[in-house]
Structure formats: structure tokens, C-alpha cells
Design a protein. Structure first.
Length: 80
């Protein structure tokens, strides 16, 4: 099985995006906000700092963060 490429600095990237979402949506706990938004456990959202944002959630996550989908893809090391 081919291992997924995850940028080494993905933790800092995702944490900064969480902070951006917190400011944009005026929430103190972005993990809780995202948990409700995506209907998943808070623990699952916290795993994104290690694994990156799951591809199926990236488009909506980009909208919430106020960045383009292409930019989020690029931050995850996906070209094109």
C-alpha cells in the first residue's frame, strides 16, 4: 500500500487554520465548532493536526477558514 505524503509541518499548518477559523467564526474552541460542523468526534478533529484534513472535508474546511480549496490542497502537498 502506498503511503500518503503528509508535509512535515502539517501540525503547524492545521493549528494555524484552526486559529483562523476560531477568529473568523468567533469561537473559543475551533475543534468543538468543527466537530459539530462535520458531525464527528472532537478527537477525530484533533487527529487532523497529525494526519491533515481528510480529502472529503477539505472543500468545506477551506470555506470555513476563508481560503481557497486550491490553497488548502497546496498546503497538504497536493499539486494541481
Amino acid at each position: 500500500m502506498k503511503k500518503r505524503y503528509i508535509p512535515e509541518d502539517i501540525k503547524s499548518i492545521v493549528e494555524s487554520l484552526f486559529e483562523k477559523i476560531a477568529r473568523r467564526h468567533k469561537v473559543k474552541r475551533p475543534e468543538n465548532f468543527l466537530s459539530e460542523e462535520f458531525d464527528i468526534e472532537v478527537y477525530g478533529v484533533r487527529q487532523w493536526t497529525v494526519r491533515g484534513i481528510p480529502p472529503m472535508h477539505r472543500e468545506r474546511f477551506a470555506q470555513l477558514a476563508g481560503i481557497s480549496f486550491k490553497e488548502l490542497q497546496r498546503l497538504h502537498g497536493v499539486e494541481g
